[in-house]
Design a protein around this ligand. Structure first.
Ligand code: 7TS
Length: 410
């Protein structure tokens, strides 16, 4: 059943704002989504009624806070169909989750000559941590090329795979091109070569029904703030046997079994990877965000994203002087990178902001992709379930007006 974006908008007070005297059109969801009342109120309720530190103390509030925190872990586990809650580790965001994998798994398991395969469209969060690992271990990073259609070149991937491949790490959905990569097939091929498979779900988890078991990955990462949750809460899911074999990333309180002056032993998962007081309120609110998204339905959300994207692309394609990037088809989420020929994307974003439209411009933390596309930067519109066709119409109208305005100076 199609979702009712106009009704759902009522859950988001910020969407009633005027920006520069115009109704806000929020098309920067790939950077961060807005938050519904249900999520903000969960956080407030927790702070007003149930706050104490977790996993410590036997007093009522501490037990209550712990129960809420662990319940949120369970909600997230259900959201991504993890086989058990303890294999979900709360992190601050995807970046921290990727670094956790790189440091705890990568530094421990990789040696000189081992290969890590990523691709040219990755976010820096799935590139830079591997630089650290490569520098320390002598492992080598390879990148899958993109085809002319902006999809991964699977022939190139198969040519890169070898006995030396130990890690394949690819975004489930590209934050620039909107492509949904064929994670299941990549995972099968990675496993056949004896490598582990990591999917960066920062963009996919908010928009696509995620089933980590069906995808067949070893690790999956996500950021709560892109899926209606607060900032400061994200997650790493890993296969329990892999996580149990990994050394801790951070040391301190709550991650230990026993500590002496010169040695320590570590707790089981998930505590082993959650040293110190976690972002308790944020994690609980992320659980509420998972509930909220499920109440709308992930399939309905993805369908809405796709319909808006198809409609926007159809209309944008009729505009002369526009460069559009990304494939067309069912493997495309609600992200549209574009350039107006001869106009800097920052000028495009500023002009759109004057009309109340929020988009991002820049390299989108994907500099190798910009080089691959032969551009410095792009403008980018990205949708969510609270966006409407009328907003797309206004956006297209303002893009055309912006193009005409700058054409005077060409
Ligand atoms: N991976 C992908 C695919 C992303 O899109 C992002 C954030 C990250 C990792 C990092 O997420 P964080 O929550 O740890 O910062 N992407 C974007 C973006 O496209 N615009 O702003 C942030």
């Amino acid at each position: 059943m199609p979702l009712d974006s106009l009704r759902l908008r009522q859950d988001f007070p910020i969407l009633a704002r005027q920006i520069n005297g115009k109704p806000l059109i929020y098309f920067d969801n790939a950077a961060s989504s807005q938050k519904p009342k249900q999520v903000v109120e969960t956080m407030l309720h927790y702070y007003y009624h149930s706050h104490a530190n977790v996993h410590r103390g036997a007093h009522t509030l501490s037990v209550e806070a712990t129960d809420l925190y662990e319940a949120a872990r369970g909600k997230l586990a259900r959201f991504i169909n993890a086989p058990e809650a303890e294999s979900v580790i709360f992190t601050r965001n995807t970046t921290e989750a990727m670094n956790l994998i790189a440091y705890s798994w990568g530094m421990e398991n990789l040696k000189a000559g081992d290969e890590i395969i990523i691709d040219y469209a990755e976010h820096h969060a799935n590139i830079v941590p591997w630089h650290f690992v490569a520098a320390k271990t002598g492992a080598v990073i390879k990148a899958i090329k993109l085809g002319r259609d902006f999809r991964l070149d699977m022939t190139d991937f198969e040519a890169l795979l070898s006995k030396r491949t130990r890690v394949v790490s690819v975004a489930h959905m590209s934050n620039v091109l909107g492509v949904i990569h064929p994670i299941k097939s990549l995972a099968q091929k990675a496993h056949d070569a004896g490598a582990i498979m990591i999917a960066d779900g920062a963009q996919a988890a908010p928009h696509v029904k995620v089933d980590v078991q069906d995808l067949g990955v070893d690790f999956y990462t996500l950021s709560g703030h892109k899926m209606c949750g607060p900032t400061g809460a994200g997650a790493l899911w890993g296969k329990a046997e892999l996580l149990r074999g990994m050394p801790p990333f951070l040391g301190g309180g709550e991650m230990i079994r026993k500590v002496a002056i010169d040695t320590s032993s570590y707790a089981d998962i998930p505590n082993r990877f959650e040293a110190g007081t976690p972002n308790i309120a944020e994690a609980i609110a992320l659980g509420a965000a998972a509930d909220y998204l499920e109440s709308i339905g992930m399939d309905a959300i993805f369908e809405h994203d796709q319909e808006l994207t198809r409609y926007a692309l159809e209309r944008l394609k009729t505009l002369e002087g526009l460069e559009l990037y990304g494939p067309e088809g069912d493997d495309r989420g609600g992200i549209i990178p574009f350039n107006i020929k001869g106009v800097h994307p920052h000028d495009v974003a500023t002009a759109l902001d004057q009309e109340g439209i929020a988009i991002r411009a820049g390299h989108h933390c994907a500099q190798p992709l910009m080089k691959h596309l032969g551009v410095q930067s792009t403008a980018r519109a990205s949708f969510y379930f609270y966006n409407s066709f009328a907003e797309v119409d206004k956006f297209v109208e303002v893009v055309a007006k912006t193009r005409d305005f700058f054409a005077q100076f060409a």
